[in-house]
Design a protein around this ligand. Structure first.
Ligand code: FAD
Length: 382
């Protein structure tokens, strides 16, 4: 990329994917601005797993030691039967997974991950209160306009605006993501509320028609997180802030193992979120406007790969842009899609099956992937 006049980039959305791509493109000399609809960045009460394929990318942003200081470092990922607690699978984590894939598996508060990636973004480029309402992708440089009347243009616009992506709707027409019929209840709370109870490192309790995943989110085990998946008719709202009914949640899990019930008993409040999915899109870009993360490949969370793949997208997109000048942007975006789509489509499909790690599972193709070194050629299905 010639740096005589830097490529100007507008990123729509300051989620994990938007912040990551903004940080990476800034590092290679692009002039980046981020436009986020929210008036402030909220710290949502949820945990997040970052597998080695994500942490290997974040390492290049200089975030590894900061994340290690904050995050819980699990030694095992365990699958158990919902009622007996019989172990059906154990994934060695800790040093074992780190030496296998060259990067750690970390469990953390979502807000800590977000804050970490934000710290890698140059100051002054994040613009809050900017809700995208329109994009004109054709004819010269693409333009975007916002609800407050602001109009901008850039050499490249990246829609990292999440599962209900306005960018995606503008480029390809409105198609709603598919509601899976299932609901995730989730929350984080102080581990001290559980009294003497110590939970295993990361456990997924598999019931016949529902499950719950429980883990610590801080290095010193001071905070606990859980997330469920269960059928609940008539609820299809995806909002990070919708309150769930804790007593109803406890009833749903009444027959589960006493350890699960003890965790649910200790939890003071909970949020709920409808789980959605989408078939792989036919295309991820038009001209010099491209999609990234949930905007192009939303998935059910059963492999914990949504943010991880958005972070991988960011690395590959920045590598494709680094190879070209302004004139080559649309070709670079086609290459980005060709490299990424087979992988994200395979992960979307596997996640929807909700069998990942229930029994012995080959995880190499997911956790062993390095977005910094994967060849920049159209990829075959993994
Ligand atoms: P988002 O994080 O959704 O960010 C999109 C941003 O765009 C938001 O800030 C939004 O406000 C903004 N925006 C939207 N519309 C506009 C607009 N019109 N104008 C301007 N801004 C706009 N992933 C993992 O890797 N590990 C996990 O353990 C994990 N657990 C999960 C558990 C659950 C229950 C769920 C539902 C998801 C989980 N995920 C996990 C997935 C992960 O949360 C998402 O895949 C990830 O947040 C996607 O990042 P993103 O940047 O693409 O989108």
């Amino acid at each position: 990329m010639s740096m005589s006049k830097p490529i100007e980039v507008a990123v729509i959305g300051a989620g994990m994917g938007g912040l990551a791509v903004a940080a990476m493109l800034s590092r290679i000399g692009c002039k980046v601005d981020i436009y986020e609809q929210a008036h402030q960045l909220a710290r949502i009460g949820a945990g997040i797993q970052q597998s080695p394929n994500a942490t290997v990318v974040l390492r290049e942003l200089g975030l590894e030691s900061w994340l290690r200081k904050k995050a819980f470092y699990p030694h095992f990922g365990v699958s158990k039967d919902w009622d007996t607690g019989a172990i059906t699978n154990v994934l060695p984590m800790g040093e074992a997974i780190e030496s296998r894939y060259g990067a750690p598996f970390l469990l953390m508060h979502r807000g800590d991950l977000h804050e970490g990636i934000l710290s890698a973004v140059p100051e002054g480029i994040l613009h809050l209160n900017k809700k995208l309402v329109g994009i004109e992708p054709n004819g010269g440089r693409p333009k975007a306009d916002f609800a407050d009347g602001t109009v901008i243009e850039a050499d490249l616009i990246i829609g990292a605006d999440g599962v209900h992506s306005k960018t995606q709707e503008i480029l390809f027409g409105k198609t709603d993501p598919v509601f899976s019929g299932r609901v995730a209840y989730r929350t984080t709370f102080p581990a001290s509320l559980m009294g003497e109870l110590q939970i295993a490192d990361r456990t997924k309790w598999w019931g016949p028609d529902k499950h719950i995943v429980i883990y610590y989110t801080t290095r010193e085990k001071s905070e606990v997180y859980f997330v469920t998946s269960l059928v609940e008719e008539g609820f299809s709202i995806e909002s990070w802030s919708t309150q769930g009914d804790v007593n109803m949640l406890r009833d749903h899990y009444a027959g589960f193992h006493p350890e699960v019930q003890a965790v649910l008993k200790a939890c003071p409040s909970v949020h709920k979120w409808a789980l959605v999915d989408r078939q792989p899109l036919a295309s991820w870009s038009t001209g010099s406007v491209a999609l990234l993360g949930d905007a192009c490949h939303p998935m059910t969370p059963y492999m914990a790969q949504g943010a991880a793949t958005a972070i991988e997208d960011a690395a590959v997109l920045s590598r494709c842009i680094q190879q070209v000048d302004r004139d080559g942007i649309s070709e670079a975006l086609k290459l980005y899609e060709a490299v990424r789509k087979p992988r994200t489509s395979a992960i979307q499909k596997t996640a929807a099956e909700n069998t990942w790690m229930k029994n012995k599972t080959d995880a190499d193709w997911v956790y062993g992937h390095n977005a910094w070194t994967e060849p920049l050629v159209a990829a075959a299905d993994p």
